[in-house]
Design a protein around this ligand. Structure first.
Ligand SMILES: CC(C)(COP(=O)(O)OP(=O)(O)OC[C@H]1O[C@@H](n2cnc3c(N)ncnc32)[C@H](O)[C@@H]1OP(=O)(O)O)[C@@H](O)C(=O)NCCC(=O)NCCS
Length: 382
């Protein structure tokens, strides 16, 4: 028998492709979109510009951004059938299941689904980015019993998202955190959902099929679902003074604390630093709810870093402080992961389009450990 192959469980440490979209420096705790540090993008940019950058590889000039933004605006409306799917399922199904179904259904309205040119795929990406945001807003509205709000083309991407979600024009205090989260969650290299997108697309299935696979992978609590779980934990802790006992008990029971740890970052996630920084600025005039959640989050952060930070490389990730920030903007917990998907749509599409430039079917191997040459026994003799 030959030498046994080395198995990289969870593809840990395995490089699957080359890319110029995103660098995650897990040791230094740095993140770059197309070479630009995430802090600069979060501070100076908006989601439209970040999405343009990810898809096109360069920052747009004024005319290019204007053109890209108006193309996004033109694609915000949802077909009636999709609005009906959302309205009929809201409150009965998981919002991520509704989102996955609705995004998958979008392909029916695109005559170009099978055209695999870069130009056609960039057009599809714009449709997907614009409409996924509208779908998520409509799911959130329907869950609260509100009917579809038509998009408003005088509003930017994040503003329009909140407008369609709440049915009224947002305040700057609502827009700022949502814009920040849209930017910070837009891209993060070949994580589970991006890889799922690439696996589906590497068969030369179309972009709609590929990103639907991405949404499926994002749903789980080990990936995008962690932001919801982190907030639910804070709700379960209840009073800030319970934080240490709750987390210590959970760790003693070998439970994972959602919003901590990362496959690549063995340092403080730079996105979590930005989100925490924003949360602290809210402390000048917080609602009682945001104040309580922030106190729990800060106590939890300290305990986890003291216990597992330096020793085990387990630090807060993007999902830990996101919950209190969303709460401050009036976004309900069920919508956190769908909103993550709406933002990540830019990254998924950028990666898929890049990968197709030099496509190779993704098909790893597994080491078969079962028996062979077993004798088939007819059913009546078993
Ligand atoms: C993200 C994550 C899946 C990365 O996992 P990974 O690289 O596969 O590493 P593992 O899950 O094998 O964890 C390695 C060790 O650290 C521990 N660990 C990792 N994350 C932990 C957490 N959030 N809380 C407590 N312990 C944790 C594991 O229990 C394991 O300990 P062990 O070696 O004693 O068994 C993991 O850190 C996790 O589950 N975090 C919580 C979910 C989350 O926040 N996901 C969002 C990521 S952006």
């Amino acid at each position: 028998m030959g030498e046994l192959p080395e198995i990289h469980k969870g593809l840990d440490g395995v490089y699957v492709s080359e890319s110029t979209i995103c660098k995650v420096d897990g040791t230094a705790g740095r993140l770059y979109y197309r070479g630009y540090p995430i802090d600069d993008i979060a501070k100076n940019s908006n989601y439209e510009e970040a999405a343009y950058l990810l898809l096109n590889g360069k920052l747009p000039n004024g005319a290019e951004l204007e053109d890209f933004s108006s193309k996004l605006k033109a694609e915000r409306e949802l077909p009636d059938k999709i609005i009906n799917i959302i309205t009929e399922s809201a409150g009965k199904s998981d919002p991520m299941d509704i989102l996955r179904t609705a995004v998958s259904y979008l392909s029916i309205y695109d005559n170009d689904t099978k055209t695999q040119t870069k130009e056609a795929n960039l057009k599809k990406a714009i449709k997907l980015i614009a409409k996924t945001s509208s779908i998520v807003a409509t799911i959130g509205a329907a869950m609260e019993g509100r009917s579809y709000t038509k998009p408003d083309s005088s509003l930017g991407h994040s503003e329009n998202f909140i407008y369609m979600l709440k049915g009224k024009k947002p305040t700057p205090d609502e827009v700022k955190p949502v814009e920040m989260m849209f930017i910070l969650q837009a891209e993060h290299s070949t994580n589970a959902s991006t890889f799922a997108t690439l696996v589906a697309g590497s068969t030369l299935a179309d972009l709609y099929s590929a990103v639907t696979a991405g949404i499926s992978a994002l749903k789980g609590p080990l990936h995008g679902g962690a932001d919801e779980e982190a907030l639910r934990m804070m709700e379960a802790i209840g009073d800030p003074s319970n934080t240490e006992a709750y987390i210590n008990d959970a760790l003693a029971g070998k439970k994972k604390i959602m919003g901590f740890g990362h496959r690549v970052y063995k340092a403080y996630d730079p996105r979590a630093k930005i989100i925490k920084g924003y949360l602290l600025t809210l402390q000048q005039n917080p609602s009682a709810e945001v104040k309580r959640l922030t106190e729990i989050a800060l106590r939890g952060e300290k305990l986890m870093i003291d216990k597992l930070g330096q020793t085990h490389g387990i630090w807060p990730n993007v999902d830990f402080f996101a919950g209190p920030v969303y709460v401050s903007a009036g976004i309900k917990v069920d919508l956190f992961t769908p909103l993550f998907a709406a933002s990540r749509m830019a990254g998924w599409c950028a990666h898929m389009i890049e990968y197709w430039e030099d496509n190779k079917l993704i098909r790893p191997l597994e080491l078969y450990k079962g028996e062979i040459d077993k004798k088939y026994v007819p059913i009546n003799d078993r």
